[in-house]
Design a protein around this ligand. Sequence first.
Ligand SMILES: [Fe+2]
Length: 242
Amino acid sequence: MRYAILSDIHGNLEALQAVLRDIEQQGVDKIVCLGDVVGYGPNPNECVDVIREKAHICLMGNHDYAAIGKEPIEYFNPYARDAILWTRRQLTGDNLAFLRDLPFLHIDGEITFVHSSPHRPEDWTYILTPRDVYHQFNFMQTPLCFVGHSHVAIGFARRGDDLWILLEDEHRLEDHEARYIINVGAVGQPRDQDPRASYGLYDSGQRTFQFRRIEYDIEAVQKQMEEAGLPQYLIDRLSYGR
Ligand SMILES: [Fe+2]
């Protein structure tokens, strides 16, 4: 089974379409979305429409949760808060209903899919450092877990007390005694110094994983964000991927 794993689209339709064009070339069986379809970007409805049509499963992200009014917006920084309030006003009833029904976690064979972390996904814990990730491995019900949320594409592996980081573009996850937590990065708002859209490809037969980075028309999105009156800080950061 070949999976394309997307996360943190954040209303960025240009980035999502570029990623889907790449996915079409890859011969993928299932598209999995790890959540945060909305928030920040100028096309929340269009992105939800596309995900509803294309993704086999979509999980709940913290911005989706806030957009449906479940997560107090006080937890967000002022830019994110403004974008969430703007997004709430845009979303159609149908798309709000879709977001309301999203699950927090999904297990498919040996893989766990979750937006934030395997331990209490609804706490929206960020996995950024080896220290953050170390204890998360204890809460995995499967050997492999894909996450998003931090907008940083990076993988972590643990066998016993040994912990290592996966940074190369391609990996064979061949250590059957190890557990892996892989962050596929963000489609719509990368924060790892690379402004290209990020997603992951996993082949469960070969046990191979690939980080993919895709160019898209950033200026077109920025123009739409300006027209929508979204915060300048959110517009600028797309250029730098941070
Ligand atoms: Fe996000």
